[in-house]
Structures are given as structure tokens and as C-alpha cells.
Ligand binder design. Structure first.
Ligand code: IMP
Length: 425
């Protein structure tokens, strides 16, 4: 029987803990596929007390027998990818046998990184807070029809193609007042892209079609989160790709009808890294407490993440845009020990109460909170405390889909599956 593509994605501003859930459910899938973003992502997995951060490689690599595909919608920095492969090899994990790279994926050049830095510096106070990995400029070249793709590495004229693009970038860099050096990064890029050419390069849309027709289940692994989506996120403070479910279709070449479950990952609270609106942000001791207990520091850049309460209008929006069929709530343990926790149920916009995310959330939004009873320490050995169950049921009632997975600690083992999760009205 033909199989479906299930999609797992972030329902907030990224850093929800997608890597951990992919790793936990990977045994159910033959293929894990990344469909957008690039090394701006940092998917953290912890097991046997060891921490692993993946930037480009799908989070199925630690499950033997699983295929890992980097799809056409991803932008790849060959240097970062090779470093990742080498680091995994040093840990005894040889990923190259089960790693496939889509030929249509675009490559990040050293000049893309320089352009990212120059553009951010030029924005001054309006800066996006980009990870500076060259994501925006690479997607600009993709949509501008100038890009350099993985498949181009197999062409005889690859050097000329590279040189043409770099020449264009040099002209663009000349427009900025601050320019970062990039020339010295070139040799490393050439070396890494030669190694990339030796990996298993595939026409991923055909490869996936064959797998699905053979009945192999596929999990599409999103990066960043819904509110960072280029179309539906808090524009312009977003990333440059479609992080939403529809991005899995364009980023892998699968038809919408082939999508099965859509699993939305969210934290029991909210975080955001970089600039941009964040209605429930806590600039106080509670926000700092969440940051410290939750170790909310960027896995790619190390930047402290902004922290705040759970935002239900935003979560409901994510459920709507993505067609989320079930949710996984992460880091419930971080809020343990609080007498009360708050949850934003509505926004007050220009004096009116709404449960919708409006077009402009850059200013004038006031969160409306409900207070709920907190919970104590959590353990996999006992049932979830009733106050946490009430918190979960409140979320389910607001967004209309079940919370099927609850994560109560960073380790693989600290994950509870609520098998019979249903939404109670
Ligand atoms: P860029 O995608 O690196 O250009 O960054 C654009 C915005 O998205 C910035 O606010 C980043 O902090 C944010 N961002 C990019 N990747 C991630 C991620 O993986 N997690 C959380 N935020 C991210």
C-alpha cells in the first residue's frame, strides 16, 4: 500500500524541541527528510547523557536503518555539512551510507554569508537578528533564479557558474558600507563542496515517490517554526523559507494529498531568538527563571532566548495554517515548582478582545491571561499531576487538537505518550 508523508514542525518561533521528537518517533519511519531552512537550525538530541546538535542532517541519523534525506527546499552550506559529518564520525556514527542529498537543493556560498552580515549591519536598529548563516541571500538567489544548486557540482562548468555568482555578489557587497571578508573562506568551501559531490546525490522527488509507492513511511522534519514562516510569520522578523506544512510539499516534491499526520511541536511556554514581536514576553524574574531552568540559549548562535508564557492565539493560528492533527508539548518540567502559571487566551488590540493573530503584531497588542495552578516535579514513573493535565486540557480545548506527546526532560526516555488523547469540549 502507498504510504503517506507525516510532517513534524514547529508551532511557535522555533527551538520547540523538534529534534528530540523526531529522534523518539524515528523508529516508526523508513525516511526522515528535511524540507526547508539550513544551518540556521540547531536540532538538539540528548541520549545516554550525550548532547548532539544537528544543523543540516535530519534527526533520524541516530536510528540505525533510517534513511536521511536533505530535500530540495533546504539550503546547504557544504562546510557546515562536512563538519557535521566529521563530528558524527568522531562519535562513531557514519552517516554517509544513509544520507541522501537532493540535487535541487541550493548551496550557501561564502559570499552569501558576507551578504547576510552586510545586510544585517545595514539595517541597524531594524535588524532581524539573523543567525548570519547566509540563509536569506541564498533563498534570494533561488527565487531570483541565480542560485547554485547541488546538482551544479556535477557539471563540467561548475567553476564558471560559481565565479559568475560570486562576481554578482561582489557587486552587491560594494553597495554596503560594511563588508565582511569572505575570500579566505573560499578554499575550505571548494574542498567541502568536492566532498559533497561524492555523497549520495539524488533526484529526491523521484526517490521519495518510489519509497512511498513501496509503502515506506516518511517523516518530513521542519526547521524553525510557524511564526518564522516567510508568508505567515511575524514579517519581516522571519526566516526566508516556508516553515509551514505546505513547505514540505514544495521542499520535497510531494503532492498535498500525500500528506498524512501533521505533528505540531510547542513548548509549555514561549521563546523567541532574534528581534521581532513577542506578545507574551516576560522581561522580569519569571522570564529569567524560565531561561535559566530551560537552558534557553541558542543551539546555533548561543544567544539568550527571549522567554514568555504560552500564547494560545498564536498556537491556534499554527494549528490552522498547518492543519496540525496532533501536538507534542515540550519542556513541561521547566515550569515545575511554580505556584501558578499563566496562559494567554486572547489579545487586546486597540481596546478590542480577539483570539486571532492580526496582520500587524509589531505594536499595540496586550495579552489577556488566565491563571492556572502550577505543578511539582515530574517523573516518567508516575502519572502526570492533575494540575498539568488541566493545563493540557485547557490548551486542547482552545486549539481543538489533542496533545499526544508530553516531554518532561531532555532525554529520549523522558517522553510520555498520551495514547488516548482526545479533545474534550
Ligand atoms: P535567519 O533565518 O538566520 O536569517 O534568521 C531569521 C530569524 O529567524 C532570526 O530572528 C533568527 O533568530 C530566527 N531563526 C532562524 N533559525 C532559527 C532556529 O532554528 N530557531 C529559532 N530561531 C531561528
Amino acid at each position: 500500500m502507498k504510504a503517506k508523508v507525516d510532517v513534524l514542525l514547529g508551532a511557535q518561533w522555533g527551538d520547540e524541541g523538534k529534534g528530540k521528537v523526531v529522534d523518539v518517533i524515528a523508529p516508526d519511519y523508513a525516511v526522515i527528510a528535511r524540507f526547508q531552512g539550513g544551518p540556521n537550525a540547531g536540532h538538539t538530541l540528548i541520549f545516554d547523557g550525550k548532547k548532539h546538535v544537528l544543523h543540516t542532517i535530519p534527526s533520524g541519523v541516530f536510528r540505525p536503518g533510517t534513511w536521511n534525506l536533505v530535500g530540495n527546499g533546504v539550503v546547504i552550506d557544504p562546510v557546515i555539512l562536512m563538519r557535521e559529518i566529521d563530528n558524527l564520525k568522531a562519535l562513531g556514527v557514519d552517516v554517509t551510507e544513509r544520507l541522501l542529498i537532493g540535487r535541487r537543493a541550493h548551496l550557501i556560498l561564502p559570499t552569501h554569508r558576507a551578504l547576510d552580515a552586510a545586510s544585517e549591519a545595514d539595517k541597524g536598529k531594524e535588524k532581524i537578528g539573523s543567525t548570519l548563516k547566509g540563509i536569506g541571500p541564498t533563498y534570494m538567489d533561488k527565487t531570483g533564479r541565480n542560485g547554485f544548486r547541488v546538482g551544479d557540482l556535477e557539471r563540467d562548468d561548475r567553476k564558471e557558474r560559481y565565479a559568475t555568482l560570486v562576481k554578482k555578489h561582489e557587486r552587491l557587497l560594494g553597495l554596503y558600507s560594511t563588508a565582511t571578508a569572505w575570500k579566505e573562506a573560499e578554499q575550505e568551501w571548494y574542498d567541502a563542496s568536492s566532498r559533497l559531490r561524492e555523497l549520495k546525490l539524488v533526484d529526491s522527488e523521484h526517490w521519495l515517490d518510489e519509497r512511498l509507492n513501496a509503502g515506506d513511511r516518511v517523516l518530513a522534519e521542519g526547521a524553525q517554526g510557524t511564526l518564522l514562516d516567510i508568508d505567515f510569520g511575524t514579517y519581516p522578523f522571519v526566516t526566508s523559507s516556508n516553515t509551514i506544512c505546505a513547505g514540505a510539499c514544495t521542499g520535497l516534491g510531494v503532492a498535498p494529498g500525500r500528506i498524512g499526520k501533521v505533528i505540531g511541536i510547542f513548548k509549555a511556554y514561549s521563546t523567541r531568538v532574534g528581534s521581532g514581536p513577542f506578545p507574551t514576553e516576560l522581561n522580569d524574574a519569571t522570564g529569567e527563571h524560565i531561561r535559566q531552568v530551560g537552558r534557553e540559549f541558542g543551539s546555533t548562535t548561543g544567544r539568550p532566548r527571549r522567554c514568555g508564557w504560552l500564547d494560545l492565539p498564536a498556537l491556534r493560528y499554527a494549528v490552522m495554517i498547518n492543519g496540525i492533527t496532533e501536538l507534542a508539548m515540550m519542556k513541561a518540567d521547566v515550569l515545575s515548582g511554580m505556584d501558578e502559571v499563566a496562559i494567554c487566551t486572547h489579545y487586546k488590540v486597540n481596546g478590542s478582545i480577539t483570539d486571532r493573530v492580526p496582520y500587524d503584531i509589531t505594536s499595540g497588542i496586550e495579552p489577556v491571561y488566565e491563571q492556572l495552578k502550577g505543578w511539582g516535579n515530574l517523573s516518567t514513573a508516575t502519572d502526570l499531576p492533575e494540575s498539568l493535565n488541566m493545563y493540557i486540557r485547557r490548551i486542547e480545548k482552545a486549539v481543538g487538537v489533542p496533545v499526544r506527546i508530553v516531554s518532561i526532560g531532555p532525554d529520549r526516555a523522558e517522553t510520555l505518550v498520551r495514547e488516548s488523547a482526545v479533545v474534550l469540549s
